[in-house]
Design a protein around this ligand. Structure first.
Ligand SMILES: [Fe+2]
Ligand SMILES: [Fe+2]
Length: 199
């Protein structure tokens, strides 16, 4: 049934999504600082990369509220306090929150938008839910690799890329220091997770 936008649930859900994405962006930026302090520089970069995508999601939802510019939208909502002591704890918390968005929150918001007749908002919720699924899987994979020790030392021979200079190392473990640019191990990323690789 078509509903007036200013009286819709969808306008509130868009604001909830804007608030949620904005908070995710900040949580990941803070987690990146934490990763950096531990010398895990590529994991810091992955948190920042994801934070930028959350900003893009926030922008999309905010844009869909444009017709209500100048108004204030009151919402209630539940938002996580994720201040785990360990990096794997932060990654697991991020994985969990991404899963909630993908499997529950944005599916519900998308369904409501569709029922209220806002197809563009419905598409945004459903499309962004799929992206959150990728975020969930990536955070989960990194947590698993850190927990098992396979980020730097897998069971089989592997490849890493130094994200500072691009040097590719092949072997049983990542080198403690890059032999080319002398940057620390924290700059090495398992090759399968490196950006812009061509094989
Ligand atoms: Fe997002
Ligand atoms: Fe996300």
């Amino acid at each position: 049934m078509a509903v007036n936008f200013s009286e819709s649930m969808t306008k509130e859900n868009l604001m909830r999504a804007f608030a949620g994405e904005s908070q995710a962006r900040n949580r990941y930026t803070i987690a990146a600082e934490r990763a950096e302090k531990e010398g895990m520089l590529t994991i810091a970069e992955i948190f920042r990369y994801t934070a930028d995508q959350e900003r893009a999601h926030a922008e999309r939802f905010y844009d869909l509220l444009k017709d209500l510019s100048g108004e204030t939208i009151h919402i209630d909502g539940s938002y996580p306090v994720d201040q785990q002591d360990s990096l794997t704890g932060l990654l697991r918390a991020a994985e969990h929150n991404e899963h909630e968005e993908f499997a529950d929150v944005y599916q519900t918001f998308g369904k409501t938008a569709k029922e209220e007749g806002f197809s563009e908002a419905a598409s945004a919720f459903f499309q962004i839910a799929e992206i959150e699924h990728i975020h969930e899987q990536r955070f989960g994979k990194i947590a698993e690799m850190l927990e098992s020790g396979s980020w730097y030392q897998p069971q089989t021979a592997s490849k890493w890329m130094c994200t500072n200079c691009g040097y590719i190392h092949e072997g049983n473990q990542a080198p403690p220091v890059c032999p080319v640019c002398r940057h620390d191990q924290g700059y090495f990323i398992p090759y399968q997770m490196a950006c812009y690789k061509i094989d």
